[in-house]
Ligand binder design. Structure first.
Ligand code: PLP
Length: 404
């Protein structure tokens, strides 16, 4: 058979699905470092802190106790219980009436898998998923893999990167099945206030036809907010939507446990049952030792988390101050997460967008930043401040020198 006649082995479902740009970029930076190039890396999507000692000790104890067999598909009961408790704490009003039970929790391979499985459980081919833009770059790709159609709601820098209720209302339609919310946001650091969530929820309860729309609330950065609007869980603002919301969270960002791959979903019984079925037929239960470690980390005192937030706040301020000194980037102060999403329109050459811009910054200034294009904003870049203060200062100096 000639090459021309060979059919692609790849499924139609994968057509138009992109590789994760951030994971790809990280490997490029890693490869440059291995070759001895002195790159300042401002791409990190993970805290640089060490995993808490309590989590390390819990792993050793679990190992010694031979807790290394398969776990139930939905996770070990102790961890599910602790997650239900944490979620009830963050959704106090709701918890007074009908608290989450451990049976509403599914422990997953990171928050990423919880979102993926939720979309798989909810979407039929052709269903639309509303995604405020800029967005975490995996959302649209996950939607496409699961047969859905991503539909974006533009949340520009001018409106603080947050969608307004009238925009949500205008985006609703008979094919819309899911809305994805993410606060604090990656890549923008925007945090929705309680009132802003209440206004969005009003649209989702009062618009005819909206009663069949599900909301996935990605709260993975819940522990990292430092602005006027402190983190508010979506269901804390709007408990009446309890049966239509899947709350997603995990250990990656709050306890610096990215490699341990522990996330979860909290949702009503019907959806949880579907999620357990998906999990049971795909990955089975998550790594047992990581679950015991997560249980220990969930029990950490508040001081552990507030110290981290303080450190992120200092680094955010350092990054902003240094960039303001020398560059004309459009800077919007993030209120949470650990990224500054900066406008670089002034620096783009004719026909250039952020991917090529980030590439030349990497090659010519040896600073790694993430282009905004895969997040839905071709004239922006994402700079992470989840790194040490020296790297932040050095990175800014190089950028300022290059961008004059
Ligand atoms: N949601 C957002 C907005 C993220 O930025 C990330 C990771 O970068 C995730 C979810 C998934 O995190 P994990 O799978 O490590 O729990």
């Amino acid at each position: 058979m000639s090459l021309k006649e060979t059919k692609s082995p790849i499924s139609k479902r994968m057509e138009g699905v992109s590789e994760s740009a951030t994971l790809k970029l990280n490997s490029t930076v890693q490869a440059m470092k291995e070759k001895g190039v002195n790159v300042v890396n401002l791409t990190a999507g993970e805290p640089d802190f060490n995993v808490p000692e309590e989590a390390k000790e819990a792993v050793l104890a679990a190992l010694k106790a031979n807790r290394s067999k398969y776990t139930p598909a939905a996770g070990i009961p102790e961890l599910r219980e602790a997650i239900a408790k944490k979620t009830n704490h963050q959704q106090e009003e709701l918890a007074k009436e009908s608290p989450w039970k451990s049976s509403n929790v599914v422990v997953t391979n990171g928050g990423k898998q919880a979102i993926f499985n939720s979309l798989m459980a909810l979407l039929d081919p052709g269903d639309e998923v509303l995604i405020p833009s800029p967005y975490w770059l995996s959302y649209p790709e996950m939607v496409k893999i699961n047969g859905g159609i991503p539909k974006f709601i533009a949340a520009s820098a001018k409106q603080g990167f947050k969608i307004r209720p009238e925009q949500l209302k205008a985006s609703l339609g008979p094919k819309v099945k899911v809305l994805i919310l993410n606060s604090p946001s990656n890549p923008t650091g925007a945090v929705y206030s309680r009132d802003e969530f209440v206004a969005l929820a009003d649209v989702l309860t009062s618009t005819p036809g909206s009663e069949n729309i599900w909301i996935i609330s990605d709260e993975i950065y819940d522990r990292i907010s430092f602005g006027k609007s402190q983190f508010c869980s979506f269901l804390s603002a709007t408990p009446k939507l309890r049966d239509r919301v899947i709350t997603v969270n995990g250990m990656s960002k709050s306890a610096a446990m990215t490699g341990w791959r522990i996330g979860w979903s909290v949702a009503t019984d019907v959806i949880t049952q579907a999620l357990i079925t998906i999990q049971g037929q795909s990955t089975s239960g998550i790594n047992s030792l990581a679950q015991w470690a997560s249980l220990a980390a969930l029990g950490l005192p508040e001081a552990y988390f507030s110290d981290q937030v303080e450190s992120f706040r200092r680094r955010r301020d350092l990054l902003l101050q240094n960039l303001k000194k020398g560059s004309k980037m459009e800077l919007i102060v993030p209120e949470g997460a650990f990224y500054v999403f900066a406008g670089v329109g002034k620096y783009l050459r004719p026909g250039e967008e952020s991917v090529a811009f980030a590439q030349r910054v990497l090659e010519e200034a040896q600073v790694a930043i993430v282009p905004g294009t895969p997040f839905g904003e071709p004239e922006f870049v994402r700079l992470s401040f989840a790194t040490d203060e020296r790297s932040i200062e050095e990175g800014c100096q190089r950028l300022n020198r290059y961008l004059t």
